[in-house]
Write a protein that binds this ligand. Sequence first.
Ligand SMILES: [Zn+2]
Length: 131
Amino acid sequence: MLLARNAAACENQSSCPPNKGRFDFFRIAGVEVFLHWSWFVVAAGNYGTRPSLPLTGLGSAEYLALFLIVILHEFGHALACRQVGGRADKIVLWPLGGLAFVEPPPRASAMLWSIAAGPLVNVALLPLLRF
Ligand SMILES: [Zn+2]
């Protein structure tokens, strides 16, 4: 959900996930995805939290669905950045969303495409999410 130009741009921002406490989650297409430990704390807090359907785990299912959507959103940023010749090799996921570490070429169109591609993934997912 958050786009940083590079890792250094995020070092002093309080909205960025901390560097410590994250671990390798998986790697696809040369993009390493890290997960912060606090994600599990929030996931545990969401387990079975649907008041109308107690103990169904639907709260967890919703949390996992949101997690998947955030991953796809961040890959939208990363792959768009690569498409225009930029560098994108790391995504960090934490309870407040995700962060794609991208470094697009210094052109306005490349920057715009790298930024817009994440939300466009969400738009593309809309028909699938209407249930
Ligand atoms: Zn985004």
